[in-house]
Design a protein around this ligand. Structure first.
Ligand code: HEM
Length: 527
């Protein structure tokens, strides 16, 4: 029975592969003869290596061609790290680059989130949602984070006492998962130290293109996006959907239940939690705009600066949009934030001298077991340490935009519809901006050293109006987790850890950076 199913699946995939290859060849022969050279750009060859190793693949390509190279697949693609072009794309001529190229097709409500929305829809939702992540609102969410970070430190102390190696990605994932479950899904998740938590299980499963075994889906989407869209949207075949159906159903029904519970509580006049989910629920009410503080209103405006005005800007969110904004936190914020925290634990262990500097700062700035939000803001060296970890191990490989009109910037013309691909890792390791780029050195981010550097050279969270909306939340989580753990345990590498002392980690990369082998780090009690 199982064998028959495998055979029929294999036949099915083989048929799809054959049809798409034939369609591609016919297309190439009959239709496609456009070349980048006429736009003043060198034309490079697109290879599967670049697609499946996004982190260094495009950087490698740029080493051969300079700061800008054009590629052609079904679409014109400009890979560039030219800072003048980036400035135009991110900020100066943002209105020509409001949209990202089309993402993978899905039937999930995640399609109504900021990463997928386009044009005026994106702009309206960004304007509504920006205040939900304001400093004032994050202060309330910090209570949840601090509590879960204490639990993380306690779990690591247990590992230290038992002299067991810590699978740091698993522990960082449980911490991040709890923060998301509690702040954006209304759950009282408490999974740290345990196993098989349902929420974490579905977080890991949600975005299928990340899975090691599903490269065919990534290649199908990257090379034949219209075929993937056709199969998902026309036939509703979720096997080709970028998001897992069971995970999507689980998250959506959990959210719907939590929203209902809160509506009933509100009806009874009870006090409602101050968290992200409630911020999103409030953004659905017609009076949401009146409730914004001055600071939030200014941030909302900034999010849309440089764009023509639109009277629909403050229209309340729809239920689908609300669901989308919560679901995107899983997609955009789970692997990324937990990956960086795990990597910070690894870099702390790898560079003991910098770990001690972080420890000294924590001891001198923080006065209690529960540091305040304001105290965390004073952890400047810890932030430098986080930034240097983000520089060498950025979780996202690439930022993309799509040109609305044909325009010329200096000697380069970007034709209408072309995708602009910005290779993050290649910029963060460019020796022109970071001399001796392989060397780990948090001092690169001291105020003095930062002052002389173009801000366009540090873009792990993107830049301009599309800047990652979760960035402040991420720094808060990372600082809180380091504040609680580094004061209680010392991270170390030795012959039992992975990678071992003296060896380098290797990564696979399908858009998000993931170590080939999970990090295993040793911990020792501080006292
Ligand atoms: C270390 C963790 C993270 C990294 C490195 C990261 C990185 C990024 C990057 C590179 C972008 C694209 C920016 C651009 O196009 O200019 C982005 C966008 C986005 N991120 Fe993050 N992210 C992280 C965590 C999060 C979290 C925790 C959330 C949610 C709470 C989040 C939500 C989003 C959203 C909604 C967007 C789309 C913003 C827009 O287009 O308006 N991210 N992120």
């Amino acid at each position: 029975m199982v064998e028959a199913e495998v055979q029929s699946n294999a036949f099915f995939y083989a048929t799809i592969a054959a049809v798409t290859v034939v369609a591609y060849v016919v297309y190439k022969r009959l239709v496609d003869n456009e070349n980048w050279e006429k736009y003043g750009v060198k034309h490079g060859n697109l290879s599967v290596t670049y697609i499946t190793r996004l982190r260094d693949g495009f950087g490698q390509l740029l080493k051969e061609h300079g700061d800008t190279v054009g590629l052609k697949n079904m679409q014109m693609m400009l890979v560039t790290k030219d800072l003048q072009i980036l400035r135009e794309v991110f900020v100066k001529d943002f209105s020509n680059f409001i949209d990202r190229p089309r993402g993978p097709a899905t039937l999930s409500h995640v399609e109504r989130s900021l990463i997928f929305l386009k044009g005026q829809d994106w702009r309206r939702v960004r304007h509504i949602v920006t205040p939900a992540y304001s400093t004032g609102k994050l202060k309330h969410i910090y209570k949840i984070i601090d509590e879960r970070a204490k639990k993380l430190a306690q779990v690591l102390e247990d590992f230290a006492r038992k002299d067991k190696l810590v699978p740091v990605k698993l522990n960082a994932g449980q911490f991040t998962g709890e923060v998301i479950a509690r702040s954006a899904f209304g759950l009282s998740s408490d999974c740290q130290g345990g196993e098989n938590d349902e929420f974490i299980h579905y977080c890991q499963k949600f975005f299928k293109l990340q899975s090691k075994n599903l490269n065919f889906l990534l290649i199908l989407f990257m090379v034949f996006p219209n075929v993937q869209k056709f199969l998902v949207k026309t036939f509703k075949w979720r096997i080709f959907d970028a998001f897992d159906e069971t995970a999507d159903n689980y998250f959506t029904s959990t959210l719907r239940k939590s929203i209902q519970v809160r509506q009933e509580a509100e009806g009874r006049g009870e006090k409602l939690p101050s968290d992200l989910l409630q911020n999103f629920i409030n953004a659905r009410k017609p009076e949401h705009k009146e409730e914004r503080t001055k600071e939030e209103e200014a941030e909302a405006k900034l999010a849309c600066s440089g764009l023509p005005s639109d009277t629909q800007l403050d229209k309340a969110m729809s239920e689908e949009e609300l669901l989308g904004q919560s679901l995107i936190i899983i997609f955009a914020g789970f692997e990324t934030a937990s990956g960086v925290l795990a990597t910070c634990f690894y870099t702390l262990a790898k560079y003991p001298e910098y770990q001690e500097k972080v420890y000294e700062e924590l001891k001198s700035v923080l006065n209690s077991d529960s540091p305040s939000y304001e105290e965390l803001a004073q952890l400047t060296y810890t932030e430098q340490f986080i930034n240097e970890t983000l520089r060498l191990y950025p979780p996202s490989s690439m930022i993309s935009r799509q040109a609305a009109e044909t325009k010329t910037y200096g000697s380069v013309t970007i034709p209408k519809g072309a995708a602009v691909l910005i290779p993050i890792f290649s910029i963060l390791t460019d020796p022109r901006y970071y001399p001796d780029p392989e060397r780990f050195d948090p001092d690169r981010f001291s105020e003095e050293n930062r002052a002389g550097r173009d801000p366009m050279t540090f873009i792990p969270f993107g830049y301009g109006p599309h800047l990652c909306i979760g960035m402040r939340l991420v720094y808060l989580q990372l600082k809180s987790a380091l504040a609680q753990t580094v004061r209680r345990v010392r991270f170390e590498l030795n012959d039992r850890t992975e990678p071992k002392l003296g060896s380098e980690p290797t990564f696979r990369d399908l858009g998000l950076l993931i170590p080939d082998k999970p990090f295993l780090v040793s911990v020792k009690p501080r006292n």
